[in-house]
Design a binder for this molecule. Sequence first.
Ligand SMILES: [Mn+2]
Length: 410
Amino acid sequence: MRLLHTSDWHLGHTLKEVTRDHEHAAFLRWLLETCVREAPDALVITGDVFDAGTPPASAERMWFEFLAAARRARPAMDIVAIAGNHDSPARLGASSAVLRELGVHVIGGLPRLDGSIDLDRVLIPVAGGQGLVAAVPFLRPIDIPVPVEDPLATVYGEVLAGARDRRRPEQALIVLGHLYVTGADPSYLSERRISIGGQESASLRLFPDDIDYVALGHMHRAQRVGRDSIRYAGAPIALSLDEAGYRHGVVVVDFEGGRVRDQRVIDIPQTVEIVRIPARGAAPLAEVVAAISALPPRLDADDPARPYLEIVVALDRPEPRLRTQVETALDGERARLVQLHVQLSGDGAALGDRVQTKRLAELDPRDVFAQLWARSHADPPSAAVTGAFERLLAEVQGDLDDPERAAKVS
Ligand SMILES: [Mn+2]
């Protein structure tokens, strides 16, 4: 039996208001080809199918078109998907009755029947019975109606007990979850922490050794946790600029006699690059402009494959025409500017050093203003600015006996 594990698609995602539809479409085409080439018996998707609870129609369309194409290309391949914390359990699960008829199992909220977990829904035999998938979605307080000390252990315990009852000797047991497991590297957690009943993360004890493979979602960086067979597949594309250095892939797991025989990661080709100028730290504007000019030009300004560009400029003082200068250098076609950071490195300390030697009461507001202005501007303030400052100064120093103004100040 062969299993393909993928996660955290976040369909409908935008990076600083730029839609990712082009990248998601490319990923889903690649995934379909990969399913044909690798011929897995089961495809599991471990949550965050969508980026938001109410995804745009274009994202839902991609989801359903992928499922339809996968059924057509690989009619015998079982598909199991669970909701993540970004998905609306109700919305993701709304189509589950129809999809189940097509061999696609979507678990939105934790299904219950007469108070107990509906094991017929969450325990799904795959590959003609060679595998048993226990599909536990991201758990919300509503999924645990009766207060218990350790909600995650209670739910996983109940599901696993049911799975052990039903499991046949040579049947692989595969558990799906969308949660933060202790031992996963928290510095890679760009997701907000999941907290149920005060718990920040789940212990590895949730997954005893009799589980053959644990397919996890939530962490966007692909990684193993604890043992080789507990894995986050990771996201197929970078979902924030911080994730630019991640390796994106899907996990292929081969089973023999119900046990894992081999695991490998297949890299997902990236269609849009994230470029940072400079590669680390900050650079002066002239260097930034030179680096932009060195980017390969694109003939088509609307080319969706133009790289995302993050720029960090080091400035001595604020530069009002910064964005214009950067955009002129970009010429609208080399890359898409998604983030422009400024690091002010001027003589910020100098003013503090100077005023430190005087007592506050001795300071003349006009001197302080003049020094502050000089910190940020090459030329002295214009008559209009000086006039405005004088009016402001007069307003705060006097005129407090004006009843209307006094009322506002209090
Ligand atoms: Mn996610």
